[in-house]
Design a protein around this ligand. Structure first.
Ligand code: C2E
Ligand code: CA
Ligand code: CA
Ligand code: CA
Length: 278
């Protein structure tokens, strides 16, 4: 048990020091992990709600730590964002997506891959985002095969450098999906202005729709609004057949979740495309 009293402050500061030390260790670990190829991308299928065909997949990063096992991105992405490491992780995600697109062209020529792009990747001076189009062209791929998943914060930054870069990417033909929709300070006006193609309804809303009428109404309303604005909807975190049915009836366009498939390692994802749903 913690002792609070005369030593309260000393205890607090030693806890802080321990936290800071853990962060430094994790950062050091992450740099080493990059050099040792401990990161890998997994791919989670996204299906058309009506046909159940795989039309897209989201690339999700994984850290296979030799001693600690699998470390979740929620545990290391925020730290990577405070340093320059997010750029390297972002490039890694892009490169892996390009490789999968190349390998799957013959299996599914319509496949779109989405990657999560951190706001930091837009705001830094030496961003590599603007070279992505050339890299795709080199591999005979086009920007419309990639969906960039961004969060609302980025859209709201106004007239900054980030906004201009986002506009440039859209002009180059990249598709944009607004991630975690409804969880932040949304403005549907920004959606229209930025020529977004998709919104992703957050799992938090999907979770409750079977038991909570309000959650279902919220999903239905988001889908209606999105469609009014000419946007397509991807619902994430679908885990049951009932959730699938309810969202399909609500007019949702695409679904993602364990009900269809968990995120799969690269090779498994490619063979899943080869052999179809099974
Ligand atoms: P996100 O972008 O909202 O990704 C969706 C998360 O929901 C993923 O968690 C996915 O594995 C999980 N998920 C999908 N379907 C289901 C389901 O049916 N049930 C449950 N329980 N979970 C489901 P994951 O892979 O742990 O990623 C967490 C977050 O880390 C992501 O949230 C994203 O914000 C971030 N992230 C992941 N990969 C990258 C990356 O390459 N770059 C950046 N910048 N961020 C990433
Ligand atoms: Ca995402
Ligand atoms: Ca999300
Ligand atoms: Ca999330």
């Amino acid at each position: 048990a913690k002792q609070i009293g005369r030593n309260g402050f000393a205890l607090f500061s030693s806890e802080l020091r321990e936290k800071a030390e853990q962060r430094i260790l994790l950062l050091k670990d992450m740099r080493f992990a990059l050099a040792q190829n401990q990161f890998e991308m997994h791919f989670q299928p996204i299906v058309s709600m009506h046909t159940r065909q795989i039309t897209k997949a989201e690339a999700l990063i994984r850290w296979q730590h030799p001693n600690k096992g699998m470390i979740s991105p929620d545990q290391f992405i925020p730290l990577a964002e405070e340093t320059q490491l997010i750029h390297q992780l972002g490039e890694f995600a892009f490169d892996q997506a390009v490789e999968v697109l190349q390998k799957t062209r013959s299996l599914n020529s319509q496949l779109q891959l989405s990657i999560n792009v951190s706001p930091i990747q837009f705001s830094a001076k030496h961003t590599t985002l603007l070279a992505w189009q050339n890299q795709l062209t080199k591999h005979q791929l086009t920007p419309d095969m990639l969906v960039l998943e961004i969060t609302e914060g980025l859209m709201m930054q106004g007239e900054g450098r980030s906004q201009k870069r986002l506009t440039k990417l859209i002009q180059q033909g990249f598709a944009i999906a607004l991630d975690d929709f409804g969880t932040g300070y949304s403005s549907l006006a920004y959606l229209k202005q930025m020529d977004t193609e998709f919104i992703k309804i957050d799992k938090r809303f999907v979770d409750g729709i079977e038991i909570n009428e309000d959650d279902l109404v919220l999903c239905e309303t988001m889908i209606l609004m999105a469609h009014q604005l000419g946007l397509k909807v991807i619902a994430e975190g679908i885990e049951t057949a009932t959730q699938h049915e309810l969202l399909k009836q609500a007019g949702c366009d695409f679904g993602q979740g364990y009900f269809y498939s968990k995120p799969l390692p690269k090779e498994a994802f490619i063979s899943y495309l080869e052999h179809g749903n099974a």
